[in-house]
Design a protein around this ligand. Structure first.
Ligand code: AR6
Length: 234
């Protein structure tokens, strides 16, 4: 049902990215990408777990947004990540990306923890996205808690310097201090916080099943995310 560690629409060969002996990358190897490395954004499926957004609709929006972006921007990669091989959103997106013949060198899916893609999965991603909350606060479970935990206090501080809150459909890019464990171990130089539409009545700003608004906000969220990534990659 999937092709090994890489879950992909077609078989993708990602070069074996050399590890530097220990589990801590040498500083010289992380700050700037070396010549043969391509800027890579790893992102989770925004809003589809705690925020309870419909998976079919979300998968359509992900594939459309990725296709738009890939047409416009060259020499970068986008990777949709989820924790499990059983992930429904990964299966849906994989199938739809294959239908649309999206170039599997520019976009593929990957199973793993977004905070350990390099050390556990051998996949270099210099930018990762976070499915954030409007207060840009650590905790709360899901990928937000995982990223803030892995990045340490310095992400919280750097985030506060850039923004106090986030509106639905908007993202903000945070440069990670080189002291952050996420930078040192994984080579992540930026975290982009994204706030998606919320369909969960237990969370703030619930859209109460208004998918006209919800789909627009989710599209805005991905285009804001990809624009921020493109600026970092210049
Ligand atoms: N690595 C990769 N993917 C993950 C990880 C991880 N470590 N953890 C979760 N996912 P969610 P949302 C996947 O709930 O629906 C938070 O409390 C997960 O399987 O994290 O946008 C925030 O503070 C799913 O596919 O985000 C917000 O309040 C995807 O990440 C709220 O949840 C998104 O799931 C945001 O809810």
């Amino acid at each position: 049902e999937s092709c090994g560690k890489y879950s992909c629409s077609t078989e993708v060969e990602v070069e074996n990215e050399d590890k530097k002996g220990s589990d801590t990358l040498e500083k010289s190897s992380v700050g700037d990408l070396s010549l043969n490395e391509v800027h890579t954004l790893a992102f989770p499926s925004i809003s589809t777990a705690d925020f309870q957004f419909d998976l079919e609709k979300a998968s359509d929006i992900i594939v459309e947004s990725v296709a738009d972006f890939s047409r416009k921007v060259d020499n970068v990669r986008l990777v949709l990540v989820d924790l499990s091989h059983k992930s429904n959103i990964l299966s849906l997106v994989r199938a739809k990306a294959a239908e649309r013949n999206i170039d599997s060198k520019k976009f593929f899916t990957f199973v793993g923890d977004i905070t350990q893609l390099y050390t556990k999965g051998g996949l270099r991603c210099n930018v990762i996205a976070n499915a954030a909350n409007w207060r840009l606060k650590p905790g709360g479970g899901g990928v937000n808690a995982a990223i803030f935990n892995a990045a340490g206090k310095s992400l919280e501080t750097a985030t506060k310097e850039r923004a106090e809150t986030l509106s639905p459909g908007i993202s903000v890019a945070i440069p990670l201090p080189s002291t952050s464990p996420l930078y040192r171990r994984e080579g992540v130089t930026h975290v982009i916080h994204v706030l998606g539409p919320n369909m969960n009545p237990q969370r703030p700003n619930c859209l109460k099943n208004d998918y006209v608004k919800g789909c627009k906000v989710l599209r805005d969220a991905y285009s804001s995310l990809f624009e921020n990534f493109a600026s970092i990659s210049k």
